[in-house]
Design a protein around this ligand. Sequence first.
Ligand code: HEC
Length: 98
Amino acid sequence: MRKSAILAGLVLAMPFAASAQSVTPTQVMAATCAGCHGSELTGAGGVPSLRGQQKDYLERTLNDFKSGQRPATVMNRLAKGYSPEQIAELAQYLAGLK
Ligand code: HEC
């Protein structure tokens, strides 16, 4: 209960998330990306933008991070925390951001 309230607050603080009523688990996952990729997910301080990327590219890249096929500083460890299904949902969601 308390945890979900905090997560809802986190998502609400994210300008790209729609509204409290429609917060989905995928939006909560995407909100955690904003800490490094910028509040608008347009990149920050050398961390690449996640906006305007194709779904296929995002999904492939995240799976490559997860498997270690693509070298990275932090994304390898991070991507390991997501299932292939969650990665597909994230890619779909991020690619749909205007
Ligand atoms: C702790 C900081 C941090 C967080 C949190 C983070 N990223 Fe990243 N991300 C990076 C960095 C740094 C890179 C550049 C590759 C590297 O060195 O790991 C990157 C690269 C990427 C790339 C490759 C972009 C490209 O243009 O090739 C994708 C895709 C990506 N991140 C997705 C995500 C998603 C989705 C989330 C949230 C689930 C997320 N990241 C959360 C730091 C972060």
